[in-house]
Ligand binder design. Sequence first.
Ligand code: NAD
Length: 314
Amino acid sequence: MKKIIVTGALGQIGSELITKLRSEYGVNNVLATDIRAGDTASEGPFEVLDVTDANRMHKLAKDFGADTMMHMAALLSAKAEDEPLFAWNLNMGGLMNALEIARELKLQFFTPSSIGAFGPSTPKKNTPQDTLQRPTTMYGVNKVAGELLCDYYYHKFGLDTRGVRFPGLVSYVSKPGGGTTDYAVDIYYKALEEGKYTSYIAEGTYMDMMYMPDALQAIVDLLEADPAKLVHRNAFNVTAMSFEPSEIAASIKKHIPTFEMAYDVDPVRQAIAESWPDSIDPSAAINEWGFKSSYDLDKMTIDMLEKLKTKLNV
Ligand code: NAD
């Protein structure tokens, strides 16, 4: 049975990952940590941890008897463009601390990269697993460096590092933390609350997306994957769908026929979106550890609207 410490556990992914891991491995085998306290604290072990504090991270992982570290704390793409130096210090400093502590305590290690690790010169359609990566955002620079560091710790120290490149993740439990694909979450809230949405991403801008249940299952499947079958270790391309704003609007309209979509494009997030692929190729993840997804756009829309109706009481 695993004993897992999770950083950034109150974020969009972490808040649901904790529940998933606790159901798979037992409530008391998963230590949630975050720089702030939150609801997860009442459901199982929780500690406040700033990932830039290596001493406390080491002590918490050791005292908990962790054999696995899942590093989720980060500043996301749009926020990182507002504060690039802060993003570098948090994203790289936190990752280095987490990798070093995993090396010292011999922990299995998981951290997500992102489609943000690609750039304008990357092939845009069916983007291969191994390809040109020259991102033009601070977030992308951090993610490429992080992918390389995780590979380095595997090759140099034999650390059992694993990771995926997530696309935009859509979920209803916690709101996203300041990424470029957040519109694909916000639109469902606004559709139910106001019957209309103004998109900051332009019509026709395709990006990869995935529904949270598929993302969580992918994390667990990769953690449990037979290492002998892994040709890659980190930064596996994973995706479930690729769409642009008018397509998600059309999917919502099937259930809320009066829904209206408008556009007020934010140049910063639009530029980030345009520098990313339209669709990525997940075949390495499929072949090496059996990655699969079960939600397409319409199935995700049905579930999002149903769950949010209850959550928002509308
Ligand atoms: P999020 O912004 O929702 O959550 C990040 C969490 O980290 C927050 O709870 C925040 O309180 C915490 N945090 C911030 N600074 C911290 C610090 N110094 N110490 C400890 N905790 C701190 O992010 P997320 O969406 O859950 O993303 C988790 C990981 O997945 C990140 O590496 C992100 O780049 C990656 N990712 C996310 C998406 C997505 O769509 N959500 C897509 C691709 C990759």
